[in-house]
Write a new protein. Structure first.
Lengths: 474, 416
């Protein structure tokens, strides 16, 4: 089904090149301080936030310019050496996990904001720029960068582009691809290609759109032009408290059915709520079965009406309490809970895998019930914190990676969850990407013809198959 | 599989209503009754190396490089127009590619849903054609293009294989987003057979406002005066004729809850009145008429020659005097930075002059699209601007979908 624990990263079909020669030439190209090869250094780059597969690369390089990236890629191309682009390493699907003998190209030193263009509502940033830094830089002008993954204080725009990252507010504002208008891309042959720009779209094929979400397999994005979005004039955040997950998920469907499209609609179950309370003491009810965070924004009149509707719908679904955040601090507390929630599960287990299937929203109650049943069947602990409005599940699996029996049961459970999502008419990933984790599950969702076409599109960008090999396609 | 009686309502057709592209009349018009029949037809054409051109409502068929074939078969979508499945609770709708867009909009309205799309000539345009030509309208300003709401496609590629892309959910990150690639590819990569869109709840209330302003500069001023409420509007567009002749109409749409619409409408009227004393509000009927005019200009419909330019939003209005200096009709979507202009048909000398005058404006990397070129310039002036450095990649992508080159050959950027 999906990537089994401990299974090695595929190396591809070619014999591994002479890493020593490649490293020597990388040092000549970039200087010693930009090429890491010590075991300790390589160990820090042996994977991302997907904890199951670890693989040390042959080298890690830290270029500072697009030209240096292009030089590295040309060198890799000449020696047929696989290379793996890397942002902050916060990815949850193993997309930045090195393949054997590969060169990891870290964009960490390319973290600058190059241009903030307020009249045109655009920012041009290097790929290593941290997501949150963009909003911080433009907030005073009444703007923000809308995609807001939970890791936004550390994750990079390059990584967001690779995975087409989402976040809580994508229900209304869309995912990364809806906010990228231009890219500078180093193709796998080392040539540099500029796609799009500050204009809203291209006149023909949407090449920017196909690169976003390609998981670093089409080349290395070094710069991006991003659309900035006006901050909403008015916002209301509500917290609805339910006795059960079932009541909560039924309410989600009904809120949108009442004609309200919130900018965020997020669910947290009791297990995570307790972990959040233990960590932050935010005052959430410890005996709740689940809570729903709902945010609406827009004009003052519209926000008041929509907040009223949301409250009424929640109460009609037996919410025992619906609180409206009365102050910015109360709203901030709700978002701390949501965005730090997954992190708090670190208090509950040695290792966590966050699943990411997405399903049609109306199937939420039955699929969540089935997920619970499968967890019970496999004897593992699972908690839920997810983008309910998008139908984007995030079952968090709590386990001990050093226990082979439990790891095997987790592996089986993860496969079951992906199958449940596909059977419900959904997808194996809503926003984390396929990477290594779900690569083998692609064939449960797509036919051989579908996958063959994707393979041919990949080869259009990377005929030699050296750019992040072994990811996404089975 | 049947020979279609008529395939177009307003596309390029000869006097008998038979599809024609660049003076090449379709040698056959075939309307497959199913996806499998469509696949069989394409396999047959691929085996013979015969050109095939997907044909929906025919409303946007004039856009593209000249067909590189002396003959072609028009593949009409009219035989695949029997299915609309609305999943209101999931904010999704799936329909066969031959369904007329207006029919889809009606079906959604019955279920309390809507699509934030307003293609031109919606009564004729098919869903497949709207997706293939990325046929957005004035709602583009606030809601993005067709690419932003297509979540899944079924299609037949140039090998005759049936391929699915995307997923029937509102959020998906599995696999390459070939939906975005095929949407807007104008029948050069695949024949779209089924489209799934992300819908939204139908707005409880909406208002369409139209203000006459005295000249193009006044329209820029009026748009700027509305900057504080721009994000609260559903669309904003200006439709004009010439740089000075007029009339010039500022269109503003507001939708949402009743309170929102009342509040924003009040603000819009107040801001326009206080900053633009010469602006006069007209009745909503004018808004409907002018919005449709704007949509047709955006796609070069009813044009002798037409062009669309996509610029950084705050620079787009500078293009208006260049585009409209000889009395051409134009539309400007301020929030998107999109400006389009057309000459009216019937004056080939004027069309040629229009193209010659603008052919060297907005060089790469600016994105610009010739929506319709007169015969004097077809095949000479590149239709798609801003792609020059990406042509090798585009060639490889075309080959991935259509290795033999049977789907609308020559019509892609670079005459691919």
């Amino acid at each position: 089904m999906h990537q089994a624990p401990g299974r090695p990263v595929p190396a591809g079909t070619r014999p591994l090149p002479d890493a020593g020669q490649v490293v020597r030439e990388l040092r000549l190209l970039l200087g010693d301080d930009a090429v890491l090869t010590s075991p300790a250094d390589l160990g820090a780059y042996d994977g991302d936030a997907y904890p199951v597969v670890r693989q040390r690369p042959a080298a890690v390089v830290l270029p500072s310019t697009t030209e240096q990236v292009a030089g590295v890629v040309r060198l890799c191309s000449r020696y047929r050496t696989p290379f793996v682009p890397r942002g902050a390493g916060t990815g949850l699907s193993g997309g930045a996990t090195p393949s054997p003998g590969s060169v990891v190209v870290s964009l960490a030193r390319m973290n600058r904001i190059l241009d903030i263009d307020i009249p045109n509502k655009r920012a041009v940033v290097q790929a290593g720029c941290v997501n949150q830094a963009i909003t911080d830089a433009v907030r005073a002008h009444g703007l923000h960068y809308a995609p807001d993954p939970s890791s936004q204080t550390v994750c990079t725009i390059g990584g967001n582009i690779a995975e087409n990252a989402g976040g809580p507010h994508t229900l209304k504002y869309g995912v990364t691809v809806n906010h990228v208008t231009g890219l500078r891309l180093v193709l796998p042959d080392g040539s540099i290609l500029d796609l799009g720009g500050k204009g809203a779209e291209a006149s023909g094929l949407d090449l920017v759109g196909i690169v976003v979400g390609s998981e670093g397999t089409f080349g290395i994005v070094t710069e991006a032009t991003l659309q900035l979005t006006p901050l909403p004039g008015h916002v209301r955040a509500l917290l609805a408290v339910f006795d059960s997950v079932e009541q909560c998920t039924a309410c989600v469907v009904d809120i949108i059915g009442h004609g309200v499209l919130p900018c965020a609609l997020e669910m947290i179950d009791r297990t995570i709520l307790l972990a959040i309370e233990d960590a932050f003491r935010l005052g959430f009810p410890r005996d709740a079965g689940a809570v729903l965070t709902v945010e609406v924004d827009g004009s003052e009149a519209g926000v008041e009406e929509e907040a009223h509707t949301v409250r009424e719908v929640c109460l009609s679904h037996s919410a025992r309490d619906v609180k409206v955040a009365a102050t910015p601090a109360e709203r901030a507390a709700l978002w701390i809970a949501r965005k730090k929630g997954v992190g708090t599960t670190g208090r509950l287990a040695k290792a966590i895998i966050t699943q990411d299937g997405a399903i049609p929203r109306s199937k939420l109650p039955q699929v969540l019930a089935a997920v619970s049943a499968r967890a019970a069947h496999h004897g593992i602990r699972v908690c839920n914190i997810f983008h309910a409005g998008d139908g984007n599940l995030h079952p968090c699996v709590l386990f001990d990676q050093s226990d082979p029996d439990e790891a095997a049961r987790v592996h089986a459970f993860n496969g079951d969850v992906l199958a449940l999502c596909v059977e419900a008419g959904g997808t194996i990933t809503g926003e984390h990407g396929v990477g290594l984790e779900k690569r083998d599950a692609m064939s449960t969702m797509f036919s051989q013809a579908d996958l063959a076409l994707m393979g041919r599109v990949r080869r259009a960008f990377d005929p030699a198959g050296i750019c992040n090999p072994g990811k996404m396609l089975p | 599989m049947t020979q279609a009686q008529t395939a177009t309502a307003n596309g390029d057709t000869d006097h008998a209503g038979v599809p024609a592209l660049c003076a090449v009349r379709a040698s056959a018009v075939i309307a497959p009754g199913s996806e499998q029949e469509c696949a069989e037809l394409i396999r047959d054409c691929a085996g013979r190396g015969a050109a095939i051109v997907p044909w929906g409502g025919g409303t946007c068929m004039h856009v593209g490089e000249p067909l590189r074939s002396a003959a072609f078969t028009a593949l009409s979508l009219s035989g695949m127009a029997d299915r609309i499945t609305v999943q209101a609770s999931d904010s999704l709708v799936t329909c066969a590619a031959g369904v007329r867009f207006a029919q889809l909009a009606d079906a959604l309205a019955e279920e309390g849903q809507e699509l934030p799309l307003d293609p031109p000539q919606a009564a004729h345009a098919t869903v497949g054609g709207v997706a293939a030509s990325d046929a957005y309208g004035v709602l583009r300003s606030a809601h993005g293009s067709v690419r932003d709401v297509v979540v899944a496609l079924r299609m037949v590629i140039g090998t005759g294989e049936v391929v699915a892309a995307g997923a029937k959910v509102v959020k998906n990150a599995a696999g390459y987003d070939t939906c975005r690639l095929v949407t807007g590819s104008r029948g050069t990569l695949a024949v779209i057979t089924e489209v799934t869109f992300r819908t939204r709840p139908r707005a409880r209330s909406q208002t369409h406002l139209a203000f006459r302003v005295p000249d193009a500069d006044a329209s820029v001023h009026a748009v700027r005066s509305l900057s504080s409420v721009q994000a609260d509007t559903a669309y904003m567009a200006v439709v004009g004729r010439g740089a000075t002749e007029g009339p010039f109409t500022l269109l503003v749409g507001v939708s949402g809850t009743t309170g929102h619409v009342q509040s924003v409408t009040r603000n819009v009227r107040s801001l326009v009145a206080s900053g633009n004393p010469s602006a006069v509000e007209h009745d909503p009927a004018l808004s409907d008429e002018e919005a449709e005019t704007g949509r047709t200009i955006l796609h070069g419909i009813n044009a002798g020659a037409g062009i669309r330019v996509i610029l950084p939003p705050d620079q787009a209005h500078h293009a208006i005097p260049k585009l409209a200096s000889h009395g051409e009709e134009w539309v400007w979507l301020p929030r998107s930075g999109i400006v389009a202009a057309r000459t009216r048909p019937g004056d080939p000398a004027r069309d040629a002059s229009f193209v010659s005058r603008l052919a060297t404006e907005w060089p790469p990397p600016t994105s610009r699209l010739w929506l319709r070129l007169p015969d004097t310039h077809a095949g000479v002036v590149p239709v798609f601007g801003g792609y020059e450095s990406a042509l090798p990649l585009i060639r490889a992508i075309k080959c991935a979908f259509d290795p033999v080159g049977v789907l609308s050959p020559g019509r892609l950027a670079g005459a691919l």
